[in-house]
Design a binder for this molecule. Structure first.
Ligand SMILES: [Zn+2]
Length: 448
């Protein structure tokens, strides 16, 4: 039985359900209290990191009403009659993790990705995205930002998850990524010219007006965020380098149009000139950001953009090459080798400069479900366990525009939480073995 003080807390928590409260509700509709929760779940844990960036709490009871956090109470408390009690023992609970850069619709890279592009179908892409989404969710990532898919598969998955038809992480989706013709997102690169008419090209823009239109075409499809490339990419099948590809007026047109429609802009950029053009245009995040200079760091601080390092890409490249030395065509392999050598150096400069960091892996290039490998790399390249965890929770939530919904455990927020054995603030690698996942108050089965 709860102690007397605890019982009073429960009475307080449940007072809205009393006939007295209901009578009051009828009497004063303007100040109507919320209806009694249909479901009450109580999670007990040994330690709880409710506010990443601050110290964790000790033993805590998390009260969840209808999928939302209602209260965090000190100690282990028994819930009210009828409440479902989940006892996580001495495990460490933290907010559901957020990956700000994934591609759920694909696993393939190099030559295999080219083959997949001409053999898959939108339907198969959607099912693959759901499968990868489950791997991601089971790894403790309850929210992702999907930065680019060709066929709208992840847009559909986003809606299917929201409707409760299938299980998956919460998805913020960019639809098709936008670049210039011959740029990183030009799907015709290295493909025979007679096949070009069958390849979607409405994501390519040239000149300010054309770039405004490209953004609006994605807005029309119902995207949440806009993704563009201002530089070449490692995986683009052309030896065009990794420098600037989009002009300043084009980048500015993209950002202004996206912001006009209330969408943030995530920018793929490796070369210094392309990063700086994007930041000067008002980009909200830089993805990869491989070659920053002093001006880059100044622009990050000035505009408040986030840096999303995507260090995990090196794992993907290494693993593919170990399996098959010919996994990449020569033009791509040269860039892969460069990326293996340089990745992490930009983060080592960004951290002491005070640049805001959001966690992002580029899963799809690296393996889905192994998103937490990124933590170890972030710590190897200048972050602490605590700041890396903040990057994957509160910071990423702010970048995704979900700061009031996820990324921390506060009353009113979605009950997205995970549990691990051990202390992730001391050893961030324990996040590779997530033992409990809840999304929106629903427990996620960790195996079929
Ligand atoms: Zn990517």
């Amino acid at each position: 039985m709860p102690r007397a003080t605890d019982a009073r807390l429960w009475v307080l928590a449940l007072s809205l359900a009393t006939p007295f409260a209901q009578a009051q509700e009828a009497a004063t509709a303007a100040a109507a209290p919320a209806a009694a929760p249909r479901s009450v779940v109580v999670v007990q844990a040994g330690r709880v990191l409710a506010e990443p960036g601050k110290a964790p709490r000790g033993a805590t009871t998390i009260v969840i009403h209808d999928g939302r956090i209602a209260a965090l109470l000190d100690g282990r408390q028994v819930g009210p009659a009828g409440a479902r009690v989940i006892d996580l023992g001495d495990r460490f609970v933290l907010p559901g993790l957020i990956d700000s850069h994934v591609h759920l619709d694909s696993d393939a890279g190099g030559q295999a990705a080219l083959i997949e592009g001409v053999t898959s179908s939108p339907g198969l892409d959607a099912l693959r995205a759901q499968w990868n989404g489950m791997k991601t969710l089971r790894a403790g990532f309850t929210t992702v930002r999907n930065l680019g898919d060709a066929n709208g598969a992840t847009l559909a998955l986003r809606d299917a998850v929201d409707n409760g038809w299938v299980m998956g992480p919460r998805i913020i989706d960019a639809g098709r990524s936008i670049s210039v013709t011959s740029g990183h997102m030009d799907g015709t690169l290295s493909v025979a010219e007679n096949l070009h008419p069958g390849i979607t090209q409405d994501n390519l823009c040239n000149g300010a007006d054309s770039c405004r239109e490209a953004v609006r075409l994605q807005v029309r499809r119902g995207v949440d965020v806009i993704k563009i490339a201002t530089t070449g990419g490692v995986n683009s099948r052309i030896g065009a380098g990794l420098g600037q590809q989009m002009f300043a007026d084009e980048a500015k047109a993209v950002v202004e149009t996206a912001h006009l429609h209330g969408k943030k802009v995530a920018v793929h950029a490796h070369g210094t000139d392309g990063i700086n053009v994007a930041l000067a245009a008002g980009a909200d995040s830089i993805e990869h950001g491989t070659m920053p200079n002093e001006e880059t760091l100044r622009l990050f601080k000035q505009g408040g953009a986030y840096y999303v390092p995507t260090l995990s890409t090196v794992n993907g490249y290494r693993e593919r090459l170990a399996k098959d030395p010919n996994a990449y065509p020569p033009a791509v392999l040269e860039k892969v080798m460069w990326r293996l050598d340089i990745t992490g150096k930009a983060l080592e400069r960004a951290v002491p400069a005070g640049v805001k960091i959001a966690f992002g892996t580029d899963a799809g290039v690296s393996k889905h479900g192994r998103n937490a490998d990124e933590f170890e790399l972030m710590v190897q390249h200048g972050m602490t366990s605590a700041t890396a965890i903040a990057a994957a929770t509160v910071n990423a939530a702010e970048l995704l525009g979900l700061g009031k919904e996820v990324g921390a455990l506060r009353p009113g927020m979605a009950a997205d939480l995970i549990a691990v054995s051990g202390d992730p603030l001391k050893d961030v690698t324990v996040l590779k073995k997530v033992e409990f996942v809840m999304k929106g108050g629903q427990v996620v089965p960790l195996s079929d």
